[in-house]
Structures are given as C-alpha cells and as structure tokens.
Design a protein around this ligand. Structure first.
Ligand code: SF4
Ligand code: SF4
Length: 193
C-alpha cells in the first residue's frame, strides 16, 4: 500500500507541474542579438591589426604573453627588418597563437600592448569539434581584423580612460600653481637708498 500511495504522490506532483503555466521564455521566441547590437565592451574573441602605415602593428615584444594570467598566448619574434612602408627598421612577428580554451577575457593583453596591436571582437568564434579549433593562429587573428565589430578598446584608449588626471580642468591646475607660488617682493619706497 505504501508503494501505491508513494507513487500516486509523486505522480500528482508531476501532473501539477505539467499543467502549471510556463514561467520561462524560450530562446527561440526572441531573435538572437546581432554582434552589432551588443554592448561596445562585449568581449568574445580577438584580432591582430595593422598600423596607420599598413604594417602589421605587433612588434613581438611579448608583454601580452608575459602578463596573461592564463598563459594562453605564445609570441614568436622574428628578425628585425626595414618596413616596406616607412623604411624604418623594426621588430616583426614570426608567429602568434592565442588559445581561447583557457582565456578568461580579462583584456589585460589588450591593455598592455605598446603598439595597439591586439584588440577584442564582439563576435564569437564558430564552435568546433576539436580542441584545436579554439586555438587562434596568427592567420586567424589577422583575418579577424576585418571581421568586425570590435570592442571599443585598444591599449591607448584604455590608458586614457584610466588616467587619474582625466577630467581635471587645466584652469584649476593653473590656479593652484599660482596660489602656491611665493609672492613677489614689494617695491622699495621712493627716495630710499
Ligand atoms: S584576455 Fe586575459 S586571459 Fe585572455 S588572452 Fe588576454 S590576458 Fe590572457
Ligand atoms: S600584441 Fe602587443 S603586447 Fe603582444 S607581442 Fe605584439 S606588440 Fe607586444
């Protein structure tokens, strides 16, 4: 008898929930948000970019590799050579990989780059079936440069945003400086020796 009453009790809970109004929303009821509609700080993947002269911007300094808390960046520097666009000798990248599997999207690699060479994208990578599919090679990272949208940030913009003097009025600084300056000596009275 205990078996029957227990089963009925469990079944009654199932039936009660089966006829209860739905309180969740199906993801399919709403179209997915397009990357362009995402917040400008939405961070989903990465790109390597070119500089204003048309050269690849990365100078293979390895700062991003060293700062990455997950150690997922590998930078291989190449030999120094002249730029075909500016004629100046500079460092070049031989290879660059970023393994998305361990990335925590902290943006530190973007923040420390001295050449504004690495940025983040608002578009996720296409899901893959192999672990290797989530390793961004140098070619994939440069292909992502044109596959926008990117987030709003690069290293220069992040540094500017975090500048502690940002927003201070220059006039206020000038006033403070003049107030701190010693007063000029008074002119001697007429006829004084
Ligand atoms: S976002 Fe953070 S964890 Fe990801 S690659 Fe850059 S530094 Fe490493
Ligand atoms: S992406 Fe930036 S920080 Fe990383 S190696 Fe290249 S220049 Fe250096």
């Amino acid at each position: 008898m205990n078996y029957i009453s227990g089963s009925w009790s469990a079944l009654s809970v199932t039936l009660r929930n089966f006829f209860r109004p739905i309180t969740t929303q199906s993801r399919l009821d709403k179209p997915a948000r397009l990357p362009e509609e995402r917040a400008e700080r939405y961070r989903a993947s990465f790109a390597l970019v070119h500089d204003e002269h048309g050269d690849t911007a990365c100078i293979a300094c390895k700062i991003c590799e060293n700062i990455c808390p997950s150690s997922v960046i590998t930078v291989v520097p190449g030999p120094k050579a002249e730029s075909p666009n500016t004629g100046k000798k500079r460092a070049w990248l031989e290879d660059f990989t970023l393994d998305l599997q361990g990335c925590i999207y902290c943006e530190l690699c973007v923040q420390v780059c001295p050449a504004d060479a690495i940025v983040m994208r608002r578009v996720q990578e296409i899901p893959g079936y192999q672990r290797e599919d989530l390793v961004l090679t140098m070619d994939r990272l440069y292909a992502n440069e044109t596959a926008k949208p990117h987030t709003w940030a690069n290293a220069s913009k992040l540094k500017e945003m975090q500048d502690p003097t940002r927003g201070l009025a220059p006039a206020a600084e000038a006033t403070d400086a003049s107030a701190a300056a010693p007063a000029a000596p008074a002119a001697p009275p007429a006829g004084a020796p």
